[in-house]
Ligand binder design. Structure first.
Ligand SMILES: *Cc1c(COP(=O)(O)O)cnc(C)c1O
Length: 411
């Protein structure tokens, strides 16, 4: 038996982020290990939702576009997100979903590479990323194609016929984290434009888009950024590309002067060109308030705590004998994002049994129990309790009960 070096309580006492949990409205008796899929509700977001509906919309009506500066909200929120992903102001705007933003960026990037016709990505990228390429290819015709490369050796598979390299920094199943800096450098040596999906990066650990000289990036805000279900996504276009960047969803909000109401489209020369139609002000306001949680916190501190939580989970899991039942299919902690994947043929039912005991994680087909470590509100004691409940489920095979076997729509 392995003895504990530090108890959960000792680790919580030393935790510099311990106070942050008070900024969230979390339900009682719940341990939330799914903030990598839908972050919980920040109290500031709840308050803003009330204010924007009751006061701004309710009382100030259409005047709010000016008096509450709704019209600049996508840029303002974009810059706040930019500060969390290593982007100087003026390069990030908040809009639409990742899927739609991928369409825009991929189209614009291909336009900038008239002599190249290949989009490269990994086969086990998040499906929507691949689906969006497949859909775009139906518009572009047979000259264009998608090329799948293996995430284990990306640099070794790059060649100068690739127009765009589209990668998700953290694999959504395994948590495997790619080296943004070296891959971007190698790609650019071959004249390849890089597009990074930050779905499992933004708000989880430091990202350095400018420093890595990334060309384009997209990400969502309802995971580690706690922006709420279906919160607007974001898109990053490096300053050096903005003059040339042209995306085809040329809606009026991406026009140089939307309120001139001229019949011909003239693209805005900034990242704001990605705005297509009218932004969803209610959800974007909630997101704006949710981001204030990060005001006085460094991503480095978040990353450090995540690694400690993950190490503690591994140590507790070992002590409780979890390794006898499940395999870890994630790389070592240094090489992964803020999550771990355990495999078991009954992973779905195990997840349901865990949820019934107040521990929320999720299942990813075909056999993965996925556990997210969001350091803003998780304590070491939470991890200790969660592991002991999981061990109990495995020992007693509680997951074999019929009620846990029934598949729900969302897993
Ligand atoms: C969550 C996630 C998405 C979601 O895309 P939406 O269009 O915002 O629904 C896309 N890509 C990755 C890698 C994800 O993890």
């Amino acid at each position: 038996m392995i003895n504990k070096v530090f108890s959960a309580k000792q680790l919580d006492d030393k935790d510099p982020l311990r106070h942050v949990v008070s900024q969230f409205a979390l339900p009682p008796d719940t341990i939330y290990l799914d903030g990598n899929s839908l972050g919980p509700l920040p109290k500031a977001a709840e308050e803003r939702a009330r204010d924007v509906v009751t006061n701004q919309w309710g009382k100030d009506l259409i005047k709010s576009w000016n008096c509450h500066d709704w019209i600049r909200l996508p840029q303002k929120v974009g810059d706040k997100i930019g500060a969390l992903i290593g982007a100087e102001a003026g390069q990030v705007v908040s809009c639409d979903s990742i899927s739609i933003n991928l369409f825009k960026v991929l189209s614009a990037a291909l336009n900038m590479q008239p002599d190249k016709k290949v989009i490269a990505t990994t086969r086990d990228n998040f499906p929507t990323d691949i689906y969006m390429v497949q859909g775009l290819l139906t518009l572009l015709g047979d000259d264009y194609s998608i090329r799948y490369i293996d995430e284990g050796d990306i640099e070794g598979q790059l060649s100068d016929d690739i127009a765009v390299l589209m990668l998700t920094q953290v694999n959504f199943r395994s948590g495997f984290k790619l080296n943004m800096e070296t891959i971007t450098r190698q790609a650019q040596k071959l004249g390849i434009l890089t597009l990074w999906d930050l779905a499992h990066s933004a708000g989880a650990f430091p990202v350095e888009l400018d420093k890595c000289n990334v060309d384009f990036a997209v990400g969502c805000t309802y995971k580690y950024l706690n922006g709420g279900p279906g919160a607007p996504a974001f898109v990053y276009v490096a300053q050096r590309h903005q003059q040339q960047y042209r995306q085809p969803l040329s809606g009026w909000m991406g026009h140089q002067s939307p309120f001139a109401f001229t019949p011909d489209y003239e693209a805005d020369d900034s990242v704001s060109q990605n705005l297509c139609g009218t932004p969803g002000i209610l959800s974007m306001s909630v997101l704006d308030a949710a981001l204030s949680v990060f005001d006085d916190i460094s991503l480095k501190a978040i990353d450090e705590k995540s690694k400690k939580l993950q190490a503690f989970f591994a140590a507790e899991g070992k002590r409780a004998g979890l390794c006898d039942y499940m395999d870890i299919v994630s790389p070592p902690i240094e090489n992964r994002g803020s999550q771990v994947a355990l495999s078991h043929p009954e992973a779905y039912a195990i997840c349901q049994a865990w949820i019934a005991k107040g521990v929320i994680a999720d299942f990813r087909a075909p056999n993965i129990l996925r556990i997210g470590f969001a350091p803003l509100y998780l304590s070491f004691e939470d991890i200790e309790v969660a592991v002991s409940k999981l061990a109990d489920i495995m020992q007693k095979k509680t997951y074999e009960k019929a009620e846990f076997q029934r598949k729900q729509h969302v897993t």
